[in-house]
Design a protein around this ligand. Structure first.
Ligand code: KIV
Ligand code: ZN
Length: 532
């Protein structure tokens, strides 16, 4: 079995490049992840996620697709200027203006990377590109050459690589490296491959492409058959040294390989897979929660590593085993992924200094205004809830802080409900700074609340999902509500938190509407959308 030397085709982000077993983690939550229907994020939200990823120690952050819209361009450009440690990457098709636009957004990054791609499978070339293989091959050379003239760090991807004919794949990969690609990324775009087959494909490239040692081999696996993580790890076992992945496995359709699963599998089973990453795994839970709150995509309770039940033990036999020795039923510690024991942290009498210190411990650095707002909400919460846990603070701050500069701002809600009816909501909102109020009757308190929003801010979005869950235990727990809206084929999801389920519902609905408004403003030109 041959392995590849990651010394060559390097990302300058790695500080252990002489180590042949070091696997680079390329996070594409902000690009492929954002392509999940309904998972759009605004600029501030993307900056917050990029900051957490950088602190967590990922090697490369794919920040967006700059040609897709002005919003994407701005996000890549701002992230490029902010990120301190990781390489910042922008995606582009194989067209000069795409590549130029990506470079314009990336040029101020400490470590910029241009990622350019073109489909190479017979199916994609014939139906999607309507190009002959020779023309595709020439476009690979031209695009990579152009990108490399602008940027030292260039990644090239043959889209639908796992369904590409081997001879043609080898020919394109060899030419891309000759033209200056420093990373060759092999996507399983449609999540079709299986581990042995994918490992064989990577091995085949290592054996047959004469200059393959001049580039890092990367893999980008989709999860349509639930095999994205297994396929990525199989590729590493034969020489791939970069994995493309996303927090919570977000991404097109069934998503991408989940970063937390890839990283914890390599760490926990280092005996079977002697490879390592630079990720500080204690940041995983925080990153997962932030991405879930921002995108409004809840994490399923039984999700590996970051699900609410991942470290919970229900049956008596398991609990007994755990008390005797945690290793009986835990293969990794909750602390290793940043899950701390639920603490009663603060109470009604806690002051702003204690609150600020707690936020810092939980990984938040807030500006003065955001801190003031968050503290006010904390005080209001402490008046209503006896014990405040870390989870309460996280829900409250995520709800408050990630909502800067919104058109619609919640002010107050009073609902009359009960078995005798009618259910009436009296709602006050600020719409672009101007306060408005509506009193509306509905078929139940949630219906009345949502109708009141529609009365104040008429819109024609459809409610696609309404979901409530409790942040902690007990009847005074905060409710975390997820709302998904659709308008003209655009999907958005958002969450809201409050001890009052109806207030949390109103907040979630308003966050979703704010996202729709942002989305209307930054709709991508149709021709700039990509397949996966
Ligand atoms: O899935 C895919 O093929 C992609 C490429 C753009 C790398 O996302
Ligand atoms: Zn993809």
């Amino acid at each position: 079995m041959s392995t590849q030397n990651p010394d060559t085709g390097s990302s300058p982000a790695s500080n252990t490049e002489d180590d042949v077993n070091r696997v680079k983690i390329f996070d594409t939550t902000l690009r492929d992840g954002e392509q999940s229907p309904g998972a759009s994020m605004n600029l501030d939200e993307k900056m917050r996620i990029a900051h957490v990823l950088d602190e967590m120690g990922v090697d490369i952050i794919e920040a967006g697709f700059p040609i897709a819209s002005n919003g994407d361009f701005e996000a890549v450009s701002r992230i490029a200027g902010m990120v301190q440690n990781a390489s910042v990457c922008g995606l582009s098709r194989a067209a000069t203006r795409d590549i130029d636009r990506a470079w314009e957004a990336l040029r101020h990054a400490k470590r910029p990377r241009i990622h350019t791609f073109l489909s190479t499978s017979p199916l994609h070339m014939k139906y999607k590109l309507q190009m002959e293989p020779d023309a595709v091959h020439q476009a690979v050379i031209d695009s990579v050459t152009h990108a490399r003239n602008l940027c030292e760090d260039v990644e090239w991807s043959p889209e639908d690589g796992s369904r590409t004919e081997h001879d043609f794949l080898c020919r394109c990969v060899e030419s891309a490296i000759k033209a200056g690609a420093t990373t060759i990324n092999i996507p399983d775009t449609v999540g079709y491959t299986v581990p042995d087959e994918f490992a064989d494909l990577i091995r085949m490239l290592i054996d047959r492409v004469p200059n393959i040692d001049k580039a890092t081999i990367s893999v980008h696996c989709h999860n349509d058959l639930g095999l994205a993580v297994a396929n990525s790890l199989a590729a590493v076992s034969v020489g791939a040294r970069q994995i493309e992945c996303t927090i919570n496995g977000l991404g097109e359709r069934a998503g991408n390989a989940a970063l937390e699963e890839v990283v914890m599998a390599l760490k926990t089973r280092n005996d079977a897979m002697p490879y390592h990453t630079g990720v500080k795994t204690e940041h995983i839970t925080r990153a997962s929660r932030l991405v879930s709150t921002i995108t409004g995509f809840p994490v399923q309770p039984n999700k590996a590593i970051v699900g609410a039940n991942a470290f919970a033990h229900e049956s008596g036999i398991h609990q007994d085993g755990m008390l005797k020795n945690a290793q009986t039923y835990e293969i990794m510690t909750p602390e290793s992924v940043g899950l701390t024991k639920s603490n009663i942290v603060l109470g009604k009498l806690s002051g702003s200094h204690a609150f600020k210190a707690k936020l810092q411990e939980l990984g938040y650095e807030l500006g003065d205004n955001a801190l003031k707002d968050a503290f006010q909400r904390f005080k209001a919460l402490a008046d209503r809830k006896k014990e405040i846990f870390d989870e309460d603070i996280v829900a409250l701050v995520d709800d408050e802080v990630v909502r800067d500069h919104e058109h619609l701002v919640f002010k107050s809600l009073h609902v009359t409900c009960g078995s005798t009816g009618p259910q009436v909501a009296v709602l006050k909102l600020a719409v672009d700074g101007e306060e408005r109020e509506a009193t509306v009757t509905g078929n139940g308190p949630v219906d009345a609340t949502f109708r009141a929003i529609g009365e104040i801010f008429p819109h024609h979005a459809d409610l696609k999902l309404y979901q409530v869950h409790a942040v902690t235990e007990g009847t005074d727990a905060q409710a975390e509500v997820t709302v998904r809206l659709e308008e003209d084929g655009k999907l958005v999801s958002a969450q809201g938190a409050d001890p009052d389920t109806l207030v949390a519902s109103a907040r979630a609905y308003l966050h979703a509407l704010n996202k729709l408004i942002t989305k209307r403003e930054r709709t991508a030109p149709a021709e700039a959308r990509i397949g996966a």
